[in-house]
Design a binder for this molecule. Structure first.
Ligand code: SAH
Length: 362
């Protein structure tokens, strides 16, 4: 849990400087967000509105959604000719997230909120902790948002190491096209445990009529082994294995390493929502984004950029497990960049992003 945070600070390999794709993805849920705010204002009419962004990370994206939500609340209230409620905004991420960088940007936000929207009561706070568990008091939230965070699991599935020192996902770091059923089952079980806890926790924290807009990477295929769902992690497995061949990393360390993420299908997510029972799905959209064409707007050889984007997200995980020296870490992402450039014609870099809009039932 402590290592699924992003690279800190605002240096060259930080998340703050390498989250252009995520920024683009943030806008995918905008129309659902506006309609969620509309319904909250109509049905709940809060005087004090609890808003939470789950997995806010650090850098420009952390406040992008907050700005957008405030703008939408302003627009909706103007349209309804209603006073803007007091806003209590909670920014959540893991305790190891670089919250300081986020807090440094708050004076700018308060200034804008005051000068542009004339909102007097807007209070932002940081809430460190895992969203796979309770974070907020009972019935304190009206609107919950999360973007690009819910494909992270709380931990790598325990069952991938059924007994100390035995590993069932050898030479791979995630589900792969030819992997065994037990690898898939282990990941699915962890996903179910985590999502069930997620919905149970939010059900307690949200008021009746509250809305959640969640977007995360997923897959269309029912099979988690479909290439659309695992090709990019496969390229990491290959990079690591080529380093093992050159004696830069022990193969056993790769056998023991599994990325704590899962890209669910629509049905898997809906199943967890139904099982928990407190939310109704008001809308689901599948947004396809071609990461290669997005990245190629910024550089010709996209391998380097892809590697930098992934490094900002995954370096803490690799560092904590492999304890790579800086030059070996550089080598890993160098090999990954080369593989991406070599494979660009053979793999599709189209990712599916699910956007779910949910309402807390009465
Ligand atoms: N929403 C941001 C950040 C996405 S990166 C954006 O769109 O750019 C994913 C974030 O989720 C990271 O900052 C990571 O630390 C956080 N995260 C992962 N697992 C989490 C968990 N269980 N609880 C809270 N935050 C988590």
């Amino acid at each position: 849990m402590q290592v699924t945070h992003m690279n800190k600070g605002d240096g060259d390999i930080s998340y703050a400087k390498n989250s252009l794709l995520q920024n683009k993805i943030l806008s995918l849920g905008s129309s659902m967000m506006e309609s969620a705010i509309d319904k909250i204002m109509l049905e709940v009419q809060p005087q004090s509105m609890g808003v939470a962004d789950l997995g806010c990370a650090s850098g420009p994206n952390s406040l992008t959604r907050v700005y957008e939500m405030i703008h939408m609340v302003d627009v909706v209230c103007c349209r309804m000719d209603r006073p803007i409620p007091e806003l209590r905004v909670s920014l959540n991420d893991l305790p190891s997230n670089d919250f300081n960088l986020v807090f440094e940007m708050l004076p700018e936000l308060y200034k804008k909120v005051n000068n542009v929207y004339g909102i007097k009561g807007c209070y932002v706070c940081g809430v460190p902790g895992s969203f796979y568990g309770r974070l907020f008091p009972n019935k304190s939230l009206h609107l919950v948002h999360s973007s690009m965070s819910l494909h992270w699991l709380s931990q790598a599935p325990r069952d991938l190491e059924p007994m100390v020192g035995t590993h069932i996902n050898k030479e791979k770091i995630y589900i792969s096209t030819g992997c065994s059923e037990s690898v898939v089952k282990a990941y699915q079980q962890q996903f179910q445990e985590d999502y069930s806890l997620f919905f149970r926790s939010r059900a307690k924290e949200m008021v009746v009529g509250g809305r959640m807009v969640l977007s995360f990477i997923g897959r269309r295929s029912p099979d988690p082994r479909a290439p659309e769902a695992c090709f990019d992690m496969e390229l990491f497995s290959r990079s690591l294995m080529s380093m093992a061949l050159d004696g830069l990393v022990e193969k056993e360390m790769i056998d023991a390493f599994n990325i704590p993420c899962y890209l669910p299908s629509r049905e898997e997510v809906e199943h967890e929502i139904e099982k928990e029972g407190s939310f109704v799905v008001e809308g689901v959209e599948a947004k396809e984004m071609d990461w290669v064409s997005e990245l190629s707007k910024f550089a010709e050889k996209i391998g380097y950029l892809a590697a930098k984007s992934y490094r900002a997200v995954m370096e803490p995980l690799f560092r904590s497990h492999f304890r790579f020296k800086p030059e070996v870490m550089d080598e890993l992402f160098h090999r990954y960049a080369k593989l991406v450039d070599d494979c660009i014609s053979e793999v599709s870099y189209k990712h599916i992003h699910w956007v779910f809009s949910l309402a807390r039932k009465g």
